[in-house]
Design a protein around this ligand. Structure first.
Ligand code: SF4
Length: 386
């Protein structure tokens, strides 16, 4: 089994509970914890309803929400059911997202004991003012305790999430966050730029002029600082926002999203993808539980991706990866000759330093400079008619 075989399938499990909603977040979660037990029952039932898939699964990912609000024995029950119902590879990557302030050191040890082998810690920052601005429940000290606790519990595959581009943040403040994260020697780092998602309290405050968002030029500088700092400290960038100590420490699960690999999602709002079909569950926990109680899959909507949509996604997702898009795969999948159709554009973008052609693999990737312009460059490859 190849550690990064992108065509094996993944399982995503959405745990829709959080202690408190963070001001910038638009992931589906609720703070009412009273539905936890009926939710777990429904989730296991949903897995039973779709069991028997022909895929070999090599990732199991608990995301949310805050999966660490569930007791380890409940996570253990879900894992056991997954193993009983699906064809799961022996070297499966089992990840849990954990938020500081929601776990004890005993809990971390139990997660390790039930077979979880990768932990992703939502530290976001080591600056208490920044954490406060984001509406996080934890302090920098909690993040420190959780990361050390995970290492002590025996995790040798730890990821830390950080956010940059927070109003008032300077380059020095961001460098200090990066430096503190690197001192823990995590195997993986995700550095996301703060975005203002429609409908979030943070977006409302921005519209009301309650703070001044970071200027575009500083955002670009922070992004370049991230790449510079992490690559000089032993991390390899493999996706716009993701860095790993080596290829075996990439997020095998998330890599599937960028590589058009199949995955099944369970839980409210979870998406599933089996090319060319995508479908997703309803968001409401109550509706989700009721649907399953009545013997119906909680699917809200399905779509069959058209050729145009497949092209758009393959280009957008592919260009997020540092090894870029696989032109042979696009040609085969869509029945086109990508290199020929876009020969002029590729040549121009390469001359201007935005794109790199990776030969002999027949791949095309963004340069560091190009990564700043993903949203302008990707649409240039979608101007063909089918
Ligand atoms: S803890 Fe995560 S999922 Fe929950 S509200 Fe905050 S950002 Fe969203």
């Amino acid at each position: 089994m190849q550690a990064n075989n992108t065509k094996h399938a993944g399982i995503y499990i959405h745990i829709p509970f959080c202690v408190k909603k963070c001001s910038y977040c638009d992931f589906y979660s609720i703070t009412d914890q009273s539905l936890k037990q009926p939710f777990i029952k429904a989730l296991i039932q949903e897995m039973h309803m779709v069991s028997g898939h022909p895929f070999l699964f090599d990732t199991l990912y608990f995301g949310g929400g805050t999966p660490s609000v569930l007791r380890p024995e409940n996570i253990g029950r879900i894992i056991e059911n997954a193993y009983g119902l699906f064809n799961i590879s022996t070297d499966t990557e089992i990840t849990i997202e954990v938020n500081p302030g929601t776990v004890t050191s005993e809990q971390l040890t139990e997660y390790r004991n039930i077979g979880i082998n990768r932990i992703n810690i939502g530290a976001q920052s080591f600056n208490d003012e920044v954490l406060n601005f984001l509406g996080r429940i934890h302090s920098s000290n909690d993040a420190d305790l959780t990361i050390r606790g995970a290492r002590k519990a025996g995790f040798d595959n730890i990821g830390i999430d950080l956010i940059y581009g927070i109003p008032g943040q300077t380059k020095e403040m961001w460098l200090s966050d990066l430096q503190m994260a690197v001192e823990f020697e995590p195997e993986h780092l995700s550095c996301y730029m703060l975005t203002y998602e429609k409908g979030t309290p943070l977006d409302r405050e921005r519209r009301q002029g309650k703070f001044k968002p970071v200027a575009g030029s500083l955002l670009a500088e922070l992004f370049e600082t991230t790449m510079e700092y992490l690559t000089t400290h032993g991390y390899v960038q493999y996706e716009i926002s993701n860095f790993a100590k080596n290829a075996s420490r990439r997020s095998r699960h998330n890599f599937k999203y960028w590589s058009f690999s199949p995955y099944l999602g369970f839980g409210p709002s979870a998406h599933s993808f089996i090319e060319p079909k995508r479908y997703w569950n309803c968001r409401s926990v109550k509706k989700y539980i009721n649907n399953i109680k009545e013997g119906r899959l909680p699917i809200e909507e399905k779509e069959i991706l058209s050729k145009e949509q497949r092209m758009t996604e393959m280009v957008y997702l592919g260009l997020r990866k540092t090894d870029g898009i696989d032109i042979d795969v696009i040609d085969e999948n869509l029945g086109i000759n990508f290199s020929q159709i876009f020969a002029e554009k590729i040549k121009q973008l390469e001359e201007d330093g935005y794109i790199l052609q990776i030969q002999p693999k027949n791949r095309c990737a963004l340069s560091r400079k190009g990564m700043l312009f993903l949203d302008s460059i990707a649409p240039m490859f979608m101007t063909i008619e089918y």
